[in-house]
Design a protein around this ligand. Structure first.
Ligand SMILES: Nc1ncnc2c1ncn2[C@@H]1O[C@H](COP(=O)(O)OP(=O)(O)OP(=O)(O)O)[C@@H](O)[C@H]1O
Length: 290
């Protein structure tokens, strides 16, 4: 559905996005994560034809260019501040874009906007404006929805409502590209992760594959960890000593058991360490920065 091939984005003469290539298929929910200034917003704006870029962006077999946005007719987006007319009510703002009344009413209802949807939007709070922006992005059942930090300013109920809508739309085939710093929130919905750092995509993986990384380390406790470390060292097996245990790589666990057995050192515990999502992201970024 969406294909990026070797996309480079420039602001002035500075290259911000470096050689980005990836694709998004119908129904996928892609989490775009990365540190501040990594290039997430710039990448999203590039897909929307709002930046100077080289390479190819193809949406539904049509090319997106800076001057031709026709390919984007089935794309909804919320980037930075929602584009809202302050002297119109929320409902009137939505009516400007909506093709079906039922679609509009259902989004307003799931997002819990009924009590203020007929008030002028200039009086809306940050979260109310954000919800209106999300509602605009979701109108008319787009094929792709791009959301930059959608949960900004949303309360718990609204966050749950947005999550529900995202899943519901994805089940019906809408694809999502969502950036967020709230990883725990993204984790609840995303099916794929794209990790960007200094404008470069360093991870582009299905969420199941990505989660496997968390099971690549094992915790080992023996009756004599000092002696165990000497044995591992002598056999060139990688380990890292912690307070009262060692961490080792999962591919070495059988060799480690054999060596310890041979040297008559009893194993007290050997179990996979479940790293959390945040920790994995931090580790990958640390490694990338050398
Ligand atoms: N208008 C601009 N002029 C010059 N440089 C810019 C401009 N907008 C963004 N940049 C630079 O582009 C880089 C990427 O910025 P971008 O806003 O895309 O990052 P981001 O990943 O969305 O960050 P954040 O998580 O903080 O929102 C940064 O180094 C930023 O300084």
């Amino acid at each position: 559905m969406l294909n990026l091939e070797n996309v480079n984005t420039y602001i002035g003469k500075t290259k911000i996005v470096h050689d980005a290539s990836f694709s998004i298929r119908a129904g996928e929910i892609v989490g775009l994560i990365g540190p501040n200034g990594a290039g997430k917003t710039t990448l999203m704006k590039t897909i929307l034809g709002l930046m100077k870029f080289t390479g190819a962006i193809i949406m539904d077999e049509k090319s997106v260019t800076e001057n031709n946005h026709q390919a984007l007719s089935s794309v909804g987006a919320l980037i930075e501040h929602p584009a809202i007319y302050p002297f119109l009510t929320g409902h009137q703002n939505l009516e400007l874009y909506a093709r079906e009344k039922e679609d509009l009413d259902s989004i307003v209802s799931v997002l819990g906007m009924n009590s203020y949807i007929n008030n002028k939007s200039k009086g809306y709070s940050l979260g109310m404006k954000q919800k209106l922006g999300i509602a605009i992005a979701l109108l008319n059942h787009p094929k792709l929805v791009i959301l930059d930090e959608p949960m900004n300013g949303l309360d718990i109920e609204a966050t749950i409502g947005v999550r529900k809508l995202i899943k519901q739309y994805a089940d019906q085939g809408t694809a999502f590209l969502i950036s967020s710093h709230v990883l725990s929130e993204l984790q609840k919905v995303m099916t794929k992760v794209i990790l960007i750092s200094s404008g470069k995509i360093i991870v582009n993986q299905e969420i199941e594959k990505f989660n496997e990384i968390s099971r690549r380390k094992y915790k080992v406790i023996t009756e004599n960890n000092e002696a165990a470390m000497r044995i591992l060292q002598n056999n060139s097996i990688a380990y890292s000593p912690q307070d009262d245990y060692l961490t080792v790589n999962s591919q070495d666990i059988f060799q480690i058991q054999d060596e310890l057995f041979e040297h008559r050192i009893h194993l007290e515990e050997m179990a996979p360490i479940e790293a959390n999502f945040e920790q994995i992201v931090v580790n990958i970024l640390d490694k990338e920065r050398g």
